[in-house]
Ligand binder design. Structure first.
Ligand code: GAP
Length: 455
């Protein structure tokens, strides 16, 4: 449920920036759009990939106790019987008798249709899973579902991963990918979509150590957002009340972000106990226990599940980094994205289109693009070009001027404080590399002018 507290950022501004600059477009727009589906444009796909990369780095690459997985979206239909989704993954739906719009009953405040004030029907349960048919015959036996969460792909592969990696408890499996839910209430841009991406971890632990690991993951995941620049004031933890807990959960915390629509969930961390492994063991007839070499006993591990939404994270990073500054030319819009998330890391800007500047500028551009996503822009005034890069969150602009032809130096201008420094072209890449990694000044190679020169 969304708590209506005004955030400092306007959703309309974000939607408009995303469309105008190629971050996010409504899906199938030329046909009038597809409800609650969105397409990531040239900059959006970079941003989204960077969010996923940052997550993978933190939860797989930098940990000894984690491995990755990429399971298929279509799974054996029994999976969803065992998990409880066929029976219980449903929202209460009401329909307006007047305008026929449908709403989630638990989102209705005064018993009337939010659109026209009309009378509503009695609630009925509506399963959120998308159904499809596998093979040429469309009958009950060929029904399959598009996965509504990535988690179950991990549970059904528990033994495969255990046998192939010889991991010992505690260990976890991470997976990211598309999930599908036939949501009743949509809107709010990419906050609630019918096709979206999740980043999920199932962390398997010895029963009895679950509470300690639950605490660990709540902290880890909260810090992941703040380490990537989300302001602490815009992030909070909310523990689920007992009557709010999912059927499988013993405890659950939501990490909530102050979205433009109010405080709402960005990630949930649940203690799923041994529910899923037991269910899959029962329905598949397979042994999904773990043999503990120390105690020589078989046990069904407990599971801690940090489950995040890629799209909601993207929305939070966009909203949190959006900034406006008044200056003499009007309004400067800046996305103060963490450097790791910025879609374009640097822009190469020759001062003018003069043909003398072209070879050296292209040479610099070609060498930098081997390392990062870099843009080349020589259209319009340099001031305009800086603004264009600020608006998409590019941390650094590299300007080549006529003096560069003489002294083989270029100017780096930074996005956040607009400070400038001149560096030799030969140390440009290593200087940018250090800066993009937020490294201290001392690591600059010999010959590189100290970054303090910015002041
Ligand atoms: N495996 C547990 C699970 O799926 P969830 O709270 O239903 O839990 C986890 O989903 C995360 O997935 C949410 O915190 C949210 O970020 C994202 N998510 C869920 N439904 C979504 C939707 N319709 N659109 C966008 N993101 C969604």
């Amino acid at each position: 449920m969304i708590e209506q507290v005004p955030s400092k950022v306007d959703m309309d501004k974000l939607v408009s920036l995303c469309k105008r600059r190629g971050f996010i477009f409504p899906s199938s727009e030329i046909y009038g759009g597809m409800g609650a589906c969105y397409d990531y444009g040239p900059l959006g796909v970079e941003l989204k990939n960077n969010v996923k990369k940052a997550w993978w780095k933190a939860v797989v690459q930098q940990r000894d106790d984690m491995v990755g997985l990429d399971a298929s979206i279509l799974m054996h239909p029994q999976t969803w019987v065992a998990s409880g989704h066929v029976e219980g993954f449903a929202d209460p739906l009401v329909e307006c008798k007047q305008c026929k719009q449908r709403w989630r009953a638990d989102h209705i405040k005064d018993g009337k249709c939010p659109a026209c004030g009309g009378e509503l029907t009695e609630p009925r349960m509506f399963n959120l899973m998308f159904k499809t048919f596998v093979g040429p015959v469309e009958d009950e036996a060929s029904v399959a579902y598009l996965r509504p969460e990535t988690a179950q792909g991990i549970f059904v592969n528990f033994q495969n991963v255990l046998n192939s990696t010889r991991k010992k408890l505690p260990f976890g499996i991470a997976q990211m990918g598309k999930s599908f839910r036939n949501e009743i209430t949509t809107g709010n841009f990419i906050f609630r979509m019918r096709e979206f991406e999740q980043m999920e971890i199932e962390y398997f632990v010895r029963p009895g150590t679950d509470e300690q690991w639950f605490k660990h993951w709540v902290e880890e995941r909260f810090n992941w957002y703040t380490n990537l620049g989300i302001k602490k004031d815009n992030l909070r933890l909310r523990q689920h009340a007992k009557d709010e807990l999912a059927h499988y959960a013993r405890d659950c915390y939501d990490i909530e972000y102050l979205f433009p629509i109010g405080w709402s969930e960005i990630e949930g961390i649940a203690n799923r106990t041994d529910f899923d492994l037991k269910q899959h063991a029962k329905f598949s007839g397979r042994d999904l226990s773990y043999f503990d070499e120390e105690t020589k006993e078989h046990t069904i591990p407990y599971v801690i599940e940090p489950s995040a939404g890629v799209d909601r994270s993207v929305l939070a990073f966009l909203a949190d980094s959006y900034d406006e500054e008044k200056d003499k030319e009007g309004l400067r819009v800046i996305l103060r994205l963490h450097y790791a998330l910025a879609p374009i890391k640097a822009a190469v800007l020759p001062l003018s289109r003069n043909e003398k500047l072209l070879p050296i500028s292209r040479e610099i551009y070609n060498s930098l693009r081997n390392c990062w996503m870099v843009q080349y822009d020589d259209a319009q005034s340099i001031g305009r070009r800086y603004r264009r890069q600020d608006e998409i969150g590019t941390p650094f602009c590299v300007t080549i001027d006529f003096q560069s032809l003489e002294d083989k130096q270029v100017t780096i201008r930074e996005r956040d404080k607009m400070r400038q420094i001149r560096v030799p072209i030969e140390t440009l890449a290593s200087t940018l590399d250090a800066k993009l990694n937020y490294e201290p000044l001392e690591v600059l190679p010999p010959g590189g002018k100290k970054w303090l020169g910015f002041e």
